[in-house]
Design a protein around this ligand. Structure first.
Ligand SMILES: [Zn+2]
Ligand SMILES: [Zn+2]
Length: 136
């Protein structure tokens, strides 16, 4: 099955044949600033299988973990499509809201839950980690 998605204006699109590896929510301060909200909901795919069409721009910054995170966005509308934290290797952390069909995602866990605000707290029942899950 092909999974597709893209930015707000539609000029940056992506497609993959791979099933999602996992999904979750990140409450780190960079994700709060990137989204302009309290957290970023993500779905993880193998990087090798993700095909991109349209112009994309990268922003590189050292994340809370101390390793580099590349955030890829549409230069026309500014939507961030995915991030690639160096520490996680060959995966892309796709912003779940960019999926053409974001309706059915199985939430795995929340990272950096210690940074969450009362007005956007992790949902009850979701496994949370203060920073990143141990062993990552
Ligand atoms: Zn766009
Ligand atoms: Zn984050």
């Amino acid at each position: 099955m092909t999974i597709t998605g893209g930015c707000v204006c539609g000029s940056l699109r992506y497609a993959t044949q791979d099933p999602p590896q996992l999904a979750g929510k990140c409450y780190c301060r960079d994700c709060q600033r990137e989204t302009g909200t309290g957290h970023m909901t993500f779905v993880v795919f193998p990087a090798a299988g993700l095909a991109i069409t349209g112009e994309a721009k990268d922003y590189v910054r050292q994340g809370d973990s101390g390793s580099e995170v590349v955030r890829t966005f549409c230069p026309s509308c500014g939507s961030t499509i995915f991030g690639r934290p160096a520490m996680l290797g060959d995966v892309v952390i796709v912003r779940a809201g960019t999926l053409d069909d974001p309706s059915a995602l199985d939430m795995g866990f929340a990272t950096y839950a210690s940074r969450a605000h009362p007005w956007d707290a992790p949902p009850a029942g979701l496994t949370t980690f203060d920073t990143i899950p141990p062993g990552v």
